[in-house]
Structures are given as structure tokens and as C-alpha cells.
Design a binder for this molecule. Structure first.
Ligand code: G4P
Ligand code: NA
Ligand code: NA
Length: 194
């Protein structure tokens, strides 16, 4: 997605060989017009998949997911990182290990919002080692719903997450796929990043 790649080149900050900061449009300040285009692009790629729900993870997955949900005409559910005190038993949950933060968090979704007749699209802002996406897939599996695929705004293709998820036969569509952050420079995989 050219608009997104241009934005990454212009405003992204390469913090190290493995970390890209995009606080100006995705992780802190949000660019609504770019999010709208991202929603349009996810819709284009998944419009024939029969999606009934979008599942994401708070907080940075929410903006692109809502824009996709608006276009696809389906509700958006965000998994919570902290357990709600009012729905202890009525939850799907999964453990997510963060390599960046070196800690494990439990993520959860109320059983009220995903059921076995849903067809779910998972969306997230970044795909790195794939731990977050793996947790979201676990929640979809617990619900008995079908998984249509995974939509990612920025994939770090030099980390393992994307290939691990694709090897499980799951469709992954990333709108920008970064192959390298070496020498302070962002390099994209210019081939179809699906
Ligand atoms: P993983 O889920 O793919 O295994 O990634 P990891 O544990 O390393 O990521 C932890 C958090 O950092 C996640 O956000 C993830 O989206 C984000 N992240 C991973 N790599 C990068 C990167 O290069 N740049 C940026 N900006 N973020 C990255 P989170 O903790 O869930 O936070 P948020 O959704 O509230 O923003
Ligand atoms: Na995220
Ligand atoms: Na994030």
C-alpha cells in the first residue's frame, strides 16, 4: 500500500535494526485519513471472505480495525489486556509473551461477542514475532468461529511471526512488509505482501 509506505519513509523513526517507531500516525497520534485508507485496503482484500466480526487487541489495533469494520459493515471486538472484574468466568483468554517487554500478559474477550457461527478477521498494527496474533487465533479457536485470515498494517518480515502463521495455512495480508531496518533505513518487500 503505497500511501502507507510513503508515510513510513517520511515519518517513521528507525530506533534500531529491529524497531520502527511510528508514533506520529499509528501508535500515539493517529492519522484518520490514513486509517480510512487502511480500512479500505483491508476491505478490498477480504470483502469476499464472508467476515462477520473483526478481532483486534487494544490499543493500537483499534483504529485500523474500526475503519475496516465500518467499510465491511461488521462489529469490531478488541481483546483486553487486563481482565474485566465483572466478567471473570465468561471469557475466552490466551497468554501472550512480549519479546519486547519480556513479560507475559493474559488477553481476554467476553464470550458474548464471538460465537461458533462467526467468521473472524484478525487485525493488528504490527506483526513481529507473532505472539499477539497467536493469542488472538487461540481466542478464535476457543470460540469455535472460523478464521478468515489476519490483516496487518506493518509486518516486520525479518522476524518470524509472518512465516509461522502462514505455515499454519492461515492467510496473512500485510499492507507494508519491511524486510530490513539496517543502517537506519527502511527496506520494503515490494512483492505482494500477502
Ligand atoms: P509480537 O506480538 O509480534 O510477538 O511482538 P512483540 O511482543 O515484540 O510486541 C509487543 C508490542 O510492540 C506490541 O504492541 C507490538 O504491536 C509492538 N511492536 C512490535 N514491534 C514493533 C515495532 O518495530 N515498532 C512498533 N512501533 N511497535 C512494535 P502492544 O504492546 O500490544 O502495544 P499497543 O497495541 O498498545 O501499541
Ligand atoms: Na498491537
Ligand atoms: Na503496538
Amino acid at each position: 500500500m503505497d500511501l502507507l509506505k510513503q508515510k513510513i519513509v517520511k515519518e517513521g523513526k528507525v530506533l534500531s535494526e529491529s524497531v520502527l517507531k511510528v508514533d506520529s500516525f499509528l501508535n500515539h497520534q493517529i492519522d484518520p485519513e490514513l486509517m480510512e485508507e487502511i480500512g479500505r485496503e483491508f476491505t478490498e482484500r477480504f470483502k469476499n471472505a464472508g467476515i462477520t466480526k473483526i478481532l483486534t487487541l487494544e490499543s493500537s489495533g483499534i483504529a485500523p480495525s474500526v475503519m475496516a469494520g465500518l467499510r465491511l459493515g461488521v462489529p469490531v471486538i478488541f481483546a483486553r489486556k487486563r481482565k474485566s472484574l465483572t466478567l471473570i468466568d465468561h471469557l475466552y483468554s490466551a497468554k501472550v509473551y512480549s519479546y519486547t517487554k519480556k513479560e507475559t500478559n493474559e488477553i481476554s474477550v467476553s464470550k458474548d461477542y464471538i460465537s461458533n457461527d462467526d467468521i473472524v478477521l484478525i487485525i493488528d498494527d504490527f506483526l513481529a514475532n507473532g505472539q499477539a496474533v497467536d493469542g488472538l487465533i487461540g481466542i478464535v479457536n476457543q470460540s469455535g468461529a472460523s478464521l478468515a485470515g489476519v490483516g496487518i498494517v506493518i509486518e516486520k518480515g525479518f522476524q518470524d511471526g509472518g512465516s509461522i502463521v502462514r505455515k499454519r495455512g492461515i492467510r496473512v495480508e500485510s499492507l507494508a512488509n519491511i524486510t530490513s531496518l539496517a543502517d537506519g533505513k527502511v527496506t520494503f518487500n515490494e512483492e505482494d505482501s500477502s
